[in-house]
Design a protein around this ligand. Structure first.
Ligand code: ADP
Ligand code: 5GP
Length: 229
């Protein structure tokens, strides 16, 4: 299915899939694509800059903006509030650029309700095993936090059906070129909607086999893991 270029692009993926890696590269290679900077109550991480990664605000400020109707969408993710301001979307569209929203599944649903022409892309890992290894190898979170992120992934995958396009981030360069061709040129991705949903369901099945009590989640013990090449 081919689709024309959308002015709003939503990218969503379970934590650890590689969406930050992919979107950073996308913004650097597509000059007419601007990253929509969200507001959040999450504490700033080392290396992050206010106004570049997020606008970091306190809870009171965030909720005031909600009350004033300034947010196009917002959600509680991992206990922190995140939201896209209407001003940020308007600013990017005024430049004649495409707005890239890297937001969670709830936010994606809400944006699509307001901007039906938005292009919603769900990026998936090749397997839950790979997702777990990426979360652990990234080294930014404790074992407990990684488990919480993986648990949330199970919920997020159930929302996969609400997206129009699916990309599997197996080989980074391959996944990136599909993403770039879709966003920049409206070129169809390799997976059909049905194939994407099928992979999403396979991930849910794999997720349901997790032994949550094991020290470092020995996933699919003795089972046939779907390793990518
Ligand atoms: P997210 O933003 O979805 O949480 P990140 O972009 O932080 O994910 O990526 C999670 C980890 O996985 C990082 O260490 C990144 O380098 C790695 N990664 C991303 N894409 C791939 C890939 N295709 N193959 C292997 N590792 C990857
Ligand atoms: P992180 O804290 O790791 O940067 O982001 C955590 C999660 O919040 C990710 O799934 C990210 O996509 C999501 N997120 C970031 N900004 C927004 C936003 O403005 N709205 C919503 N709904 N989710 C967001």
């Amino acid at each position: 299915m081919s689709k024309s270029k959308s002015s709003i692009v939503i990218i969503t993926a379970p934590s650890g899939t590689g969406k930050t890696t992919l979107t950073r590269r996308l913004v650097s290679e597509v000059p007419t694509l601007s990253f929509s900077v969200s507001i959040t109550t999450r504490p700033i991480r080392t290396g992050e800059k206010n106004g570049e990664h997020y606008w970091f605000v306190d809870r009171e400020n965030f909720l005031r903006q909600v009350d004033q109707g300034r947010l196009a969408e917002w959600a509680d993710v991992f206990g922190n509030l995140y939201g896209t301001t209407k001003d940020e979307i308007a600013r990017i569209l005024k430049l004649g650029h495409q707005a890239l929203l890297e937001i969670d599944v709830q936010g994606a649903k809400n944006i699509r309700a307001q901007y039906p022409d938005a292009c919603a892309i769900f990026i998936m890992p090749p397997s839950i095993q790979d997702l777990w290894e990426r979360l652990r190898k990234r080294g930014t979170d404790s074992l407990t936090v990684c488990k919480r992120r993986l648990k949330t992934a199970g919920e997020e995958l159930k929302e996969g059906k609400n997206f129009q396009h699916f990309i599997i981030n197996d080989k980074l360069d391959r996944a990136f070129s599909e993403l770039k061709n879709l966003v920049r040129d409206g070129q169809a991705v390799s997976l059909t909607y049905e194939q994407g949903l099928h992979h999403c369901n396979a991930l849910i099945d794999e997720f349901n086999q997790i032994d949550w009590l094991s020290d470092d989640l020995a996933l699919n013990k003795g089972k046939n893991t779907r390793k990518h090449e």
